[in-house]
Ligand binder design. Structure first.
Ligand SMILES: Cc1ncc(C[n+]2csc(CCOP(=O)(O)OP(=O)(O)O)c2C)c(N)n1
Ligand code: SF4
Length: 284
């Protein structure tokens, strides 16, 4: 166990007082310290947004890239340095909106990355437009008559894609979040944590109280390895409750790097380079 002060950075913090990002960064540093990961052993990668500023405030290796593009450099960092602990820490707009395509394909690849999505159900940095997770009918600056499209359900999506590790936590429960981050980092393969986070300045609906009134922790006898039960659980989000914990886990899948450890063919190659020549000639 390390002292979590070693992750403190000297950058001035630009977050609003009361922002849920403070709880998330606190849990992240606590998890890294308890996992004894030194600043040089980790890289935090993000896109653009308030959440995406997290790497600025952590003493570690950092890559802060373009909006929606946190996963491509994270993928590159992991492939280039297998021993590096790669953690993406970014917003719901960044990951589920602009970055959605990268999320889908990195889940498929099962690259060993921990993906922390600070889900405040709004675009914070650009001052409160609806994000992919804003609920239908919610009024925002950009939708004065209410959002007219259904919200994206990241947990259902991730379970449906057989993502290796899928969890939900809350920025206001830093102990729970710290434990979820430790499990996600230790998971071999792609791990997603959707972290509910109040945006005190621009989301006046999903406040800390709104979340606290609805969240509950999964029972000890809940089985996260049952994909059908997990999918059913993933549909719970609203006034009847919002489950927190590991919703789905499949540890039996090979990670991307295991599948590319050597370049032995996965199936016997029944093809000769000369065949290409023949094929091209056939087209003439
Ligand atoms: C390609 C591109 N489109 C749009 C923007 C403008 N933009 C910057 S941050 C942002 C939204 C960020 O929202 P989210 O990822 O939810 O993070 P938050 O600020 O709420 O933490 C947008 C739309 C941009 N920088 N680049
Ligand atoms: S605008 Fe919202 S998300 Fe951004 S720092 Fe302020 S409270 Fe946090």
């Amino acid at each position: 166990m390390l002292d979590k002060k070693i992750y403190d950075s000297f950058d001035d913090n630009a977050w609003c007082p009361g922002c849920g990002n403070f709880g998330i960064i606190n849990s992240l540093k606590g998890a890294l310290a308890e996992l004894s990961l030194k600043p040089e052993d980790i890289i935090l990668v993000s896109g653009i947004g308030q959440a995406a500023k997290t790497p600025h405030y952590v003493n570690s290796n950092v890559f802060n890239g373009l909006h929606g593009r946190s996963l491509p450099p994270a993928f590159g960092a992991k492939v280039a340095n297998k021993d590096m602990e790669v953690i993406v820490t970014t917003g719901d707009g960044d990951m589920y909106g602009e970055g959605g395509n990268h999320l889908l394909h990195n889940i498929r690849r099962n690259i060993d990355i921990t993906c922390l999505v600070h889900n405040n159900q709004i675009y914070g940095l650009t001052k409160g437009q609806g994000s992919p997770t804003t609920e239908v009918c919610q009024v925002t600056h950009l939708h004065p008559e209410g959002v007219r499209v259904e919200a994206f359900n990241p947990i259902s999506f991730a379970v449906s894609q057989n993502t290796g590790f899928v969890a939900r936590s809350f920025s206001g429960d830093t102990e729970h979040l710290k434990e979820m981050i430790k499990l996600a980092v230790n998971h071999k393969g792609f791990a997603l944590i959707d972290i509910l986070q109040p945006c005190v300045s621009f989301n006046k609906v999903n406040t800390a109280k709104w979340y606290k009134d609805r969240i509950y922790k999964l029972d000890k006898d809940y089985d996260p390895t049952n994909i059908e039960a997990a999918f059913k659980k993933s549909l719970e989000f609203g006034d009847d409750g919002i489950p927190l914990g590991v919703i789905y886990e499949n540890s039996s899948k090979n990670s991307f790097l295991e599948n590319h450890d050597d370049f032995e063919p996965l199936v016997e190659r029944n093809w000769d380079p000369k065949d290409t020549e023949k094929l091209l000639n056939d087209f003439k």
